[in-house]
Design a protein around this ligand. Structure first.
Ligand code: FAD
Length: 401
């Protein structure tokens, strides 16, 4: 409502219940938007149509890689314990976000709302939202919800005694990487996208503000590269976008790392030397749909299972260039990023506990845990490969080279 009020105050006009059905570009370059209530002529068009991004994009000949994915949330009945706490003057609890179990929990009318980011939530409407769907919802899927509900009951035991009022399952627009599409469309002049917003109201003000700057002044005032719609291209087939968007939804609450590479829907575009590089032990990353060798593993590592944690793989490959003081984990150098076997002051082990050995996996002397000096207070990077048993020490890796 505030945005709407602001728009009107700034001279904007709002036409409600008005559906854009087609567009045509006039000789002047302006756009004529045909709606169910007549034509609107404008210099610029912004598509901000949520789950309908595929349809509105198609009007401009655009294949917009925003396809909705099912998202459920549970509305609980009033919680007597919460009521007691609130009636006694307690503040509204902060939104609880449990990343490991992939859900958020917040207060709603003296009860709770639990919203998980589920594994296996399917992409819907890759061809566009059918006319009959309107503002409908999907049937709920309890099997998908159960692991999150159980985890939440452990964290907030009061939930065990709360009845469920409703389960809502609706479509949220996603993009292959999970970030929205905010900026100029490709190949058509003065057409802008503000689509693929899976995070709701959070992005509305900022996205609108930067897009307005971009349209009016020719550029945004902050770096918008990460959400520029032109980061995608013709390679975004329905199959690819559906797979990637499901992955993006599933990965919302996981811990992300620099240079993270996600695997679903790949490979899309391979070069003639792809197989050859693969046989050489190449570990690939994807850029604009193209598979690109990020590094080539040494001979002995090639037989091991596919790397799950590319950043760690990169650490290993680069380790030979890490200065000696960092390798040795010297704490007179607070900037030293070093590998540890769970020894030394300030090191955090697999369990994320401070105190060197205490936190490391005692049964696995070969566990390699990347860690930073305690002074830097960085969280540990959990080594999935180490947990699964495929890890080797840095020395072994060096020997293998
Ligand atoms: C089950 C569920 C729970 C959610 N929970 C939350 C939450 O708790 N908090 C939160 O912030 N977000 C939540 N979201 C996400 C939030 O709803 C979306 O991220 C947000 O609505 C996206 O905003 P939008 O403006 O991009 O798209 P929308 O809100 O979908 O708006 C797009 C508008 O464009 C209109 N439109 C489409 N095509 C045309 C056309 N051809 N002509 C004219 N108009 C057109 C549509 O009618 C619609 O009004 C939830 C979503 C779901 C499905």
């Amino acid at each position: 409502m505030a945005l709407r009020k602001g728009a009107r105050a700034g001279g904007g006009e709002i036409y409600e219940q008005t559906q854009a059905n087609a567009v045509e570009q006039m000789p002047s370059g302006e756009w004529n938007v045909k709606t169910n209530k007549g034509d609107i002529t404008c210099e610029h068009v912004v598509c901000a149509t949520g789950n309908y991004a595929r349809e509105t994009g198609r009007m401009f000949g655009l294949n917009v890689p925003a396809i909705p994915v099912e998202h459920q949330y549970i509305v609980y009945d009033k919680d007597p314990e919460l009521q007691k706490y609130r009636n006694g003057g307690g503040h509204e609890p902060a939104v609880l976000r449990e990343s490991d179990a992939s859900y958020y929990l917040r207060e709603e009318r003296m009860g709770w709302i639990l919203g998980p980011y589920e594994r296996g939530a399917p992409a819907r409407f890759a061809d566009g939202v059918p006319g009959w769907f309107g503002k409908s919802l999907f049937d709920s899927d309890l099997d998908r919800l159960l692991p999150h509900v159980e985890a939440a009951m452990k964290r907030v035991p009061a939930l065990e005694h709360c009845g469920i009022k409703a389960i809502v399952n609706g479509p949220i627009s996603y993009t292959p990487g999970g970030s929205p599409l905010v900026g100029p469309a490709w190949g058509v002049k003065n057409v802008w996208l503000n689509e693929g917003h899976s995070f709701g109201v959070t992005a509305a003000g900022g996205a609108g503000w930067q897009l307005a700057n971009w349209i009016a002044d020719g550029e945004p005032t902050v770096d918008m590269l990460g959400v520029d719609p032109r980061r995608y291209g013709a390679y975004t087939s329905k199959r690819f976008v559906s797979a990637k968007n499901e992955e993006a939804c599933r990965e919302v609450f996981t811990v992300h790392f620099p240079d993270e590479e996600r695997h679903d829907g790949r490979p899309v575009k391979t070069s003639p030397v792809y197989e050859k590089l693969k046989n050489m032990g190449a570990v690939f990353g994807a850029r604009y749909g193209c598979e690109r060798a990020n590094l080539v593993r040494s001979h002995r590592r090639r037989t091991e299972r596919q790397v799950e944690f590319p950043a760690l793989e990169l650490f290993r490959a680069c380790r030979q260039r890490v200065p000696q003081h960092a390798r040795e984990g010297r704490h007179d150098r607070p900037d030293a990023v070093h590998q540890t076997r769970g020894q030394g002051p300030g090191c955090r082990g697999l369990a994320g506990l401070p105190g060197g050995q205490q936190g490391a996996d005692q049964d696995r002397p070969d566990c390699v845990v990347p860690c930073v000096d305690e002074k830097r207070r960085c969280a540990p990077r959990t080594n999935r490969a180490a947990q699964s048993g495929s890890s080797r020490t840095m020395r072994e890796l060096d020997d293998a080279r």
